[in-house]
Each structure stands twice: as structure tokens, then as C-alpha cells.
Unconditional design. Structure first.
Length: 201
């Protein structure tokens, strides 16, 4: 799930708005040192949490169209036809992709600000960081589903070349919004009439 040029611009704009605000809301490293080690540690923890929340939002904005989280099932990914269980950990790879974009932004910014952003982004790319970001993202209503939301339209049947409306016999493109998880290993002939066995082959 690579970032498209459009999504990269979205990420860049989001970074400019959020990271600037983030850096002004939290103490700089030099200020933290003046206030003692214990306070520095507490502030850094708060900063990491705030940063991970922003990264979770970036994840949904840039990859959310291909990700859903279902309570009891876990992460689902869009395979171009239906939603399927994320057995290949594509959600994890999406977080790493966002973290990579943030590191690239950090390198571009340079200086103390860039170094701080680099450190935080590097933390996101760790096993714990990825898990924390996904934990924050999974509760977002933009991608959260229940089991009852899946395959809730019995008149729709996904096949290899589209989705058949069984009430009309019409063939439609695969749509994420249909929330289908099963794909019949058949091809539908769009020109065939309803009831004609040649429609399915």
C-alpha cells in the first residue's frame, strides 16, 4: 500500500499543521533538562503519546480506504474485490510506511526540530510503536466495524470480475462500501439475461 502522490501531499500538509503545533505545545529538550530528569521523562512520554495519536490519524487519512478493524476479528484489508483478514500484516506495513514518510520529512527539515521528529518517527517504526499506533487507530469510527456490518447485503454476490446484484442480474464494480468478505470463483457475463445460466461461468 504505497503512498500515492496525492496521499503524500496530504501527509505533508498534515505534518505541517500537526507537528508545528506539537512542537510548540511541548517543552524543547533544553527546557526539559532545566526542569530535571524526572520531568523530562514525563514530558517525553506525553509527547510520544500525542505523536502516536497524530500518526494514527495520518494512517487513517492515507491508508484508511484499504483498512478496517472489526471487533473480534481484527484487521481487514481490501484486496481489490472483497475485504479479507490481514494475514500478511499489511496494517503493520502501512504504519511503517507513514513512519518512513515522517522520517523523510524530518530529514528535509533538519536541525533540532528535524532531529526530534526523526527520533519520534523512528520510535513509531518499532514493534511496540506499530502496535501502539494500531491500537489507537482501531477505535476510530472511520474504520471501525462490527461483525454484523459484514456481508449484510444478501442480494450482492462478489465474483471475479465484479459484484452481481442477484435481484436484477446487473454486474457492478467491486465496492469497498459493500463490505463483502467472500468472492465466488466465477466470472459473470454482463450481457446475459437474468435467469440465463450462461450469466455465470
Amino acid at each position: 500500500m504505497r503512498l500515492s502522490s496525492v496521499n503524500k501531499r496530504v501527509v505533508a500538509n498534515k505534518i505541517d499543521l500537526e507537528i508545528g503545533s506539537f512542537l510548540t505545545q511541548h517543552e524543547t529538550e533544553s527546557e526539559a533538562r532545566k526542569n530535571g530528569r524526572s520531568r523530562k521523562k514525563r514530558r517525553r512520554s506525553m509527547g510520544e503519546i500525542a505523536f502516536q495519536t497524530d500518526v494514527a490519524d495520518l494512517l487513517i487519512r492515507t491508508h484508511g480506504h484499504n483498512l478496517r478493524y472489526v471487533t473480534g476479528l481484527g484487521w481487514l484489508v481490501w484486496n481489490g474485490k472483497v475485504w479479507e483478514c490481514d494475514d500478511n500484516e499489511r496494517a503493520h506495513e502501512a504504519v511503517k510506511s507513514v513512519a518512513k514518510t515522517l522520517r523523510e520529512e524530518a530529514a528535509y527539515r533538519g536541525g533540532d526540530e528535524g532531529q526530534r521528529l526523526w527520533t519520534l518517527a523512528r520510535g513509531v517504526a518499532t514493534c511496540r510503536g506499530v502496535k501502539d499506533v494500531l491500537g489507537l487507530a482501531q477505535s476510530d469510527e472511520r474504520i471501525r466495524l462490527t461483525v454484523n456490518d459484514l456481508d449484510a447485503r444478501p442480494h450482492l454476490l462478489a465474483c471475479l470480475n465484479g459484484t452481481i446484484d442477484l435481484t436484477t442480474g446487473e454486474l457492478h464494480p467491486h465496492e469497498r462500501e459493500h463490505l463483502l468478505t467472500r468472492c465466488a470463483p466465477i466470472w459473470c457475463v454482463p450481457s446475459a439475461e437474468v435467469g440465463d445460466k450462461r450469466a455465470l461461468s
